[in-house]
Ligand binder design. Sequence first.
Ligand SMILES: *[C@@H]1O[C@H](CO)[C@@H](O)[C@H](O)[C@H]1NC(C)=O
Ligand SMILES: *[C@@H]1O[C@H](CO)[C@@H](O)[C@H](O)[C@H]1NC(C)=O
Length: 213
Amino acid sequence: MTLVYVTFLCLVALVSSAELDAKDQSRVIRAGTRFTMRNYTSILSVPNGEQFGIWMWSELCPENFYATGFSLRIEPNQYGSDDTALNGIRLYCVQNEDRRFLYSVESHTGHFGEWTEPQWCPSGTLSSFQLRVEPHQGIFGDDTAANNIRFRCSSNPTLEGRGLAWGEYGEWSSNCSNGGICGIQTKMELYQGGLDDSSLNDVRFHCCTHKQK
Ligand SMILES: *[C@@H]1O[C@H](CO)[C@@H](O)[C@H](O)[C@H]1NC(C)=O
Ligand SMILES: *[C@@H]1O[C@H](CO)[C@@H](O)[C@H](O)[C@H]1NC(C)=O
């Protein structure tokens, strides 16, 4: 009786300590800043990020894990109230394309909106990106800054996030070669306490290279 109860408690603890992805029934563990000592080889950036906010901390996938999927935190159109659009980007890090055991990284994330369903590369890793940004709306305008993102997979298909449509896409970043995206750093405008929020303004991603055997 007691043993059964203890087993039950352990199971509850296990399940609640890891998010369950409804579709993949995967365990997702938030990597946070535990793996920032990992060696990365380059950083991908784009020229069209917006000006507000500051660069927050980096988060990296564990050694041998690469980002193969992502989801976005999106605040839907507020129809006249303060819009922020894209609030966060979460990367799913996978080892050897095995999606049953995932780490996630996201750097700083804004307060608004819901996470979209994960989108995955059919094979390979995320290897470059393009950011959709609404330019500064002037002193009395409602800024949203970054609205959406597209990634290219190393196997070539592109994945477009389920973000909003304000603004334009800029240039593609350069590509990660022989490996893939393995980390993220966001540029965030901190909560403006009732004034015009724009939330996520820019992002950069780390590239890691497979070890030579
Ligand atoms: C990073 O690279 C350096 C130099 O090659 C190496 O000494 C170090 O052990 C590496 N760190 C990790 C965490 O792999
Ligand atoms: C990145 O890779 C894509 C697809 O393979 C290619 O079309 C593009 O020219 C590459 N970009 C750079 C900057 O090398």
